[in-house]
Design a protein around this ligand. Structure first.
Ligand SMILES: Cc1cc2nc3c(=O)[nH]c(=O)nc-3n(C[C@H](O)[C@H](O)[C@H](O)COP(=O)(O)OP(=O)(O)OC[C@H]3O[C@@H](n4cnc5c(N)ncnc54)[C@H](O)[C@@H]3O)c2cc1C
Length: 402
């Protein structure tokens, strides 16, 4: 039986610690925070979207980085296993739109409570204990250069670099580098996008449904359909977050927004003609207001360069074509992503080819393990990122060798 230290009492750390302690190992979990699961607490807007209930292949299609590496773990511990696991701890769950699983209570605190109090009942916790160094000596692993902090094995579950107020500040990347690992540059994922156009400020808070956002990068064109909203300096919302994870390493990005993706240009032109007919003696702004929320309608006038005060019956055929073009290809000037701290997850991290995908042990240093977001894995929203943590942690514990 080993003396194991887990650095990080987040999703991956709590999950692995409980299983290893139940196997009879002496397990200590250190966290710099005063309590466990600070990031878990804010997941799913405080409701914790635990997992996404779908078969493994469908699951893996939502993984942005690390799909091949994660295959074993995701098949080994599926999202159905996650639901069974939490139900067995007494946490009732419910499945909502898009297969998203939440605790029935809608409280992330219940997830943390059952993990810490029930699953980790045999684990020792040390809070407000920041780990600054990990060294390998002949006797074992020494933490913070303290002889009384000597362990046989170390599990690094320190998370990525996003939302660092929750504790994840990239410490795990430093530990990995110290042991000779390559760390793929951490960049934000599931992150708002900055937009250069000055009109964005006027649109702050405006939410759009059923729109299509397209990004062209040096390598590919990506399109997402759904909901988005404007922030003080850019855009966010489900389609923006998904898009960000796919363009976060691109140098050049050209964005465009289609306000009416359900209509072809011809259908949209026909719709405009009908609108024009109904409002022929009115100002064109009344037509724009029928097409968009008020703030967007005002901005649209400027972008399409047709004054809203113009009478509808004065709009030429060419101008109507310009309106159609602008509705279908509204230009948004890409200005990069928000800072890595604003990403829901971090893309990048410990290089996967240097980690055993069945045990999550380092190939550079035996007895050293990396679990969770510290690895170069990330997925889209919908419960996928937590499922990755559960699956990795379960697989690590299951294949643990003394
Ligand atoms: C706002 C938000 C909402 C989210 N919602 C969802 C969701 O609903 N569903 C979903 O699937 N995913 C969601 N995610 C993503 C998910 O929360 C993370 O992918 C997941 O928590 C990562 O778990 P982890 O155990 O790897 O790291 P973390 O949960 O970040 O835990 C790392 C722990 O390590 C500790 N630590 C770090 N460095 C040290 C050190 N040097 N010494 C001691 N302790 C240290 C930290 O204090 C922290 O407690 C969300 C993320 C955010 C930010």
């Amino acid at each position: 039986m080993s003396k194991i230290v887990v650095v990080g009492a987040g999703a991956a750390g709590l999950f692995v610690a409980g299983f290893l302690a139940d196997k009879g190992h002496e397990v200590v979990v250190f966290d710099k925070n005063e309590k466990a699961g600070k990031k878990l607490y804010i997941t799913g807007k405080g409701r914790c979207n635990l997992t996404n209930l779908c078969p493994p292949d469908e699951f893996l299609a939502n993984v942005v980085r690390g799909e091949k590496f994660l295959r074993t773990a995701i098949y080994n511990f599926t999202s159905y296993d996650t639901v069974d696991f939490f139900e067995s701890l007494g946490l009732k769950t419910k499945t909502e739109r898009g297969n998203r699983v939440f605790p029935e209570s809608d409280k992330s605190s219940d997830v943390i409570r059952v993990l810490k109090e029930r699953h980790c009942k045999n684990v020792r916790f040390k809070f407000e204990k920041e780990i600054a160094s990990i060294e390998k000596t002949e006797e074992g692993f020494v933490l913070n250069s303290k002889k009384d902090m000597l362990f046989d094995k170390v599990i690094v579950a320190t998370g990525g670099k996003s939302y660092k107020a929750t504790g994840s500040d990239g410490a795990g990347f430093r530990f990995a580098k110290k042991f000779g690992h390559f760390v793929v540059e951490p960049v934000p994922a599931l992150c708002p996008i900055k937009i250069k156009n000055r009109f964005v400020k006027k649109l702050q808070g405006v939410s759009l449904k059923n729109v299509r956002l397209t990004a062209k990068t040096e390598k590919r064109e990506l399109t997402f359909f759904g909901e988005m909203m404007f922030t003080d300096e850019g855009i966010t919302g489900p389609i923006v977050l998904s898009l960000s994870s796919n363009i976060n390493r691109a140098e050049k990005v050209a964005l465009s927004l289609d306000f009416k993706p359900a209509l072809t240009e011809q259908q949209l032109d026909a719709r405009l003609l009908r609108d024009f007919e109904d409002a022929k003696n009115k100002e064109i702004k009344s037509v724009f207001r029928g097409l968009f929320p008020k703030a967007v309608a005002e901005v649209f006038e400027n972008v399409v360069k047709i004054s809203g005060d113009r009478k509808v019956n004065s709009i030429t055929k060419d101008e109507r074509a310009k309106i159609v073009e602008c509705i279908k290809n509204f230009p948004l000037e890409y200005n990069g992503l928000y800072d890595v701290d604003a990403g829901i997850v971090t893309s990048g991290g410990v290089e996967l080819s240097e980690i055993n995908p069945k045990t999550f042990e380092s190939k550079k240093q035996s007895g050293l393990y990396f679990l969770g977001e510290v690895l170069d894995v990330d997925a889209l929203t919908g419960g996928f990122n937590l499922q990755i943590c559960w699956a990795i942690a379960f697989t690590c514990a299951k294949n643990w060798q003394d």
